[in-house]
Write a new protein. Structure first.
Length: 252
């Protein structure tokens, strides 16, 4: 069963080669990988162009060059979703790491459980994507209401069965925290996300970005409640408290 891997690529010159090498080591082989280069300014585009000219390391890799970075990661992922030919779509950000059995483990789980949407546990990594030993555990299942107060779905762990979920539903909106908004859109239809409580990915998280990201995350989640979900102040506050508590625990 073919899996389409979708990766937005922006200013990834420092790790794109390692990411390519990592995907090539996956023990599941029936995949295609769509990398959408989105107007990088650090030489990433030129690097990929040279790679194409000299011959890509694997015929399963496709590189799409977007015109600009106008819509950011959401737009790049949407281009990849539309180009995907596999039944399953797996999201991977260019700086994150998968364990070699990530695809095989997740696909087996989805087939055995007849799951439409799955996500897994993951480990925080440092700026070099070396695991820190701090893991985010996930529940066996997650409904829409539960997801509102715990943003535990990490994009690079998500796999979607497009025979059960229409591609249009996983098109990402052009807003901040577009991935979280997308998972809510899917779950709002009544679909339940299934969690695999096994760490199969490493989330690269540079230490210097943590302080600035905290306030930004607060603003983004509140904006999602109020504008994207249309929740009132009281409901937004209720879910926000749950989100804040869980987000704090994840970082301890």
């Amino acid at each position: 069963m073919k899996i389409s891997i979708v990766t937005p690529v922006y200013n990834a010159i420092g790790f794109i080669d390692a990411t390519i090498d990592m995907v090539l080591k996956q023990d599941y082989e029936d995949w295609e990988w769509i990398l959408v280069e989105d107007g990088s300014g650090d030489g990433t585009r030129q690097h990929l162009e040279k790679m194409i000219a000299s011959g890509l390391p694997d015929s399963r890799i496709r590189i799409i060059f977007a015109d600009d970075n106008e819509h950011g990661a959401a737009g790049a992922r949407n281009i990849g979703i539309d180009a995907a030919e596999g039944r399953y779509i797996a999201f991977l950000d260019a700086d994150d790491i998968w364990h070699k059995d990530k695809l095989s483990t997740q696909l087996t789980f989805m087939e055995e459980e007849d799951a439409a949407f799955s996500f897994t546990s993951y480990e925080f990594g440092d700026s070099d994507a070396v695991g820190t030993g701090r893991f985010v555990r996930v529940p066996d299942s997650l409904s829409y209401r539960q997801a509102l107060s715990r943003t535990v779905i990490f994009t690079s762990t998500v796999m979607i069965d497009t025979e059960k979920i229409d591609k249009k539903l996983i098109h990402m909106p052009y807003i901040a925290s577009e991935d979280t908004a997308t998972w809510w859109n899917v779950l709002r239809t009544g679909i339940c996300a299934r969690g695999i409580d096994r760490s199969l990915s490493i989330y690269r998280r540079p230490a210097k970005s943590l302080s600035s990201n905290k306030l930004l995350a607060v603003r983004r989640i509140w904006n999602l409640y109020r504008t994207h979900e249309g929740l009132g102040v009281i409901s937004s506050a209720y879910y926000f408290v749950g989100w804040a508590v869980r987000a704090t625990i994840r970082r301890i």
